[in-house]
Design a protein around this ligand. Structure first.
Ligand code: GTS
Length: 221
């Protein structure tokens, strides 16, 4: 298998944590995609993922799978022992719901803020982000507010349970970890009074899958 991604970036981190959780890192060849140079917006990359985003998984038979959730489902079910996406109908539904919230209310919102209300990854990529649009900064700021509200939401969730989707680690935790990394890059602080979220983060760092991926090529968050 091949993973097209950019080490140290938030969405790639989600899948790298999953690979580490599943003990699959050694079965993957990583292909670096230069986001700063907008390599992911060029025809060659768009032919494997028309959304122009990383990560992308390439299977041995040439199938390309994009979207962290789809990649995670594939990896989690590869050996018939799903541990991150749920086993029962209820587990699957709750994990799906929480991970979607983690995307919409946190990591995706931060991405929109970062790329539209800040210099983002610089001038080359900016050219692909509607630079002439007058409303872009305001739109980006609205998503920063959404991300701050998202942090508050996950603080309230973690006051009542140990993991994002309940009693065990799941892909929803990986998504929130990616969100916190993006918050760090986008200069969106986690308020110090968010003790449950900060304690969860420290607990996550005790997990080998998270510690190796967050302290390897990824800065601490
Ligand atoms: N929903 C997608 C997924 O789950 O894979 C999101 C992927 C995504 O936005 N990836 C970012 C990207 O490719 C990488 S990261 O910076 O968020 O880690 N961004 C490229 C761009 O031009 O915005």
């Amino acid at each position: 298998m091949k993973i097209y991604d950019t080490p140290g970036f938030p969405n790639p981190l989600r899948v790298r944590i999953v690979l580490a959780e599943k003990g699959l890192l050694s079965r993957v060849e990583f292909i670096n995609v230069d986001l700063v140079a907008a390599e992911h917006k060029q025809p060659a990359f768009l032919s494997i993922n028309p959304a122009g985003t990383v990560p992308v998984l390439e299977l041995e038979d040439g199938t390309f799978i994009s979207e962290c959730t789809a990649i995670t489902e594939y990896l989690d079910n590869l050996e018939g022992n799903p541990t991150l996406t749920g086993r029962t109908a209820r587990e699957k539904a709750v994990i799906h719901m929480m991970q979607k919230r983690a995307e919409s209310w946190l990591i995706d919102a931060i991405g929109i803020y970062f790329h539209h209300a800040t210099p983002g990854l610089g001038p080359v990529l900016r050219a692909y982000k509607r630079p002439q649009w007058e409303g872009r900064t305001e739109w980006g700021q609205m998503h920063r507010e959404q991300a701050e509200a998202g942090l508050g939401y996950f603080e309230s969730v973690l006051r009542g349970q140990p993991y994002i989707a309940g009693e065990s680690f799941s892909m929803a935790d990986a998504t929130v970890l990616g969100g916190l990394l993006f918050a760090h890059y986008a200069d969106i602080p986690v308020p110090v009074e968010y003790r449950a979220l900060l304690a969860w983060k420290q607990r996550m760092y005790q997990r080998p899958s998270v510690a190796t991926q967050c302290f390897g090529d990824t800065p601490s968050i």
